[in-house]
Design a binder for this molecule. Structure first.
Ligand code: AP5
Length: 217
């Protein structure tokens, strides 16, 4: 299956994508994680993206489209979960084009809806494993054993530089102005489904699995 997870910062896209990856062997394509890897490696692209990300703005369409194009071309038949792409209408149009070129169909576009107050709380409490990227929260989603990553056993955790209060406001503005307009784009194609992201993490996963089963026919 090939799906796209949409939703504002902190909605739970990354959390759900990781679960789908583990349960169904799909490949998570997170453009945020790709950019953070470029930053960590100190590449010219990473350096260019750093200031934009830390200001809560969007990296240019040209860069993002080129980045995802390379990944889509190397999937080798595996299903994917797109997380963080597309984020603008030009990105959505470019995605359609690259999927058509690779003869890949999109099965569902799943919007995770969450109240804005909860989003800010989720982002403020988020931390992740420095080694494998597994995401946690100070209150809603702590590691089973304190200080030890559930997935890889690492003891190193980090917080994202763009999770500061001012940057979160800019990221929410960018979502409203530049990303929300892609919802009607997918609604018009009959692909858009919505899940209640205010529910606990397991319940959100169940809602997504129900959609996937229906899409699989
Ligand atoms: P990106 O990394 O994509 O960030 P984002 O979209 O802002 O989303 P987040 O990663 O903050 O949230 P999420 O929805 O994944 O939530 P999570 O699962 O972590 O992008 C970062 C930056 O990169 C952008 O600002 C931009 O600059 C650039 N960029 C990336 N892609 C781009 C593109 N295509 N074009 C241009 N620029 C691009 O969950 C959050 C917290 O809540 C966690 O602590 C989690 O444990 C907890 N949680 C999750 N679900 C629940 C639940 N149901 N109940 C309670 N807590 C929950």
């Amino acid at each position: 299956m090939n799906i796209l997870l949409l939703g504002p910062p902190g909605a739970g896209k990354g959390t759900q994508a990781k679960r789908l990856e583990e349960h169904y062997g799909m490949v998570q394509l997170s453009t945020g994680d790709m950019l953070r890897a470029e930053r960590a490696a100190g590449t010219p692209l990473g350096k260019q993206a750093q200031a934009i990300m830390d200001a809560g703005k969007l990296v240019s369409d040209d860069i993002m489209i080129a980045m995802i194009k390379g990944r889509i071309g190397r999937l080798g038949g595996k299903g994917f979960i797109l997380d963080g792409f597309p984020r603008t209408v030009p990105q959505a149009e470019a995605l359609d084009k690259m999927l058509a070129e690779n003869k890949i169909a999109l099965d569902a576009v799943i919007e995770i809806t969450v109240d804005e107050v909860a989003l800010v709380d989720r982002i403020a409490g988020r931390f992740s494993c420095k080694n494998c990227g597994a995401s946690y929260h100070d209150r809603h989603n702590r590691p089973k054993q304190e200080g030890v990553c559930d997935v890889c056993g690492s003891h190193d955790f980090i917080r994202r530089p763009d999770d500061q209060a001012d940057t979160v406001k800019a990221r929410l503005d960018a979502y409203r102005q530049q990303t929300a307009p892609i919802l009607p784009y997918y609604r018009a194609k009959g692909l858009l489904r919505s899940v209640d992201g205010m529910a606990p993490i397991d319940a959100v996963t169940q809602q997504i699995e129900t959609i996937l089963k229906k899409a699989a026919g």
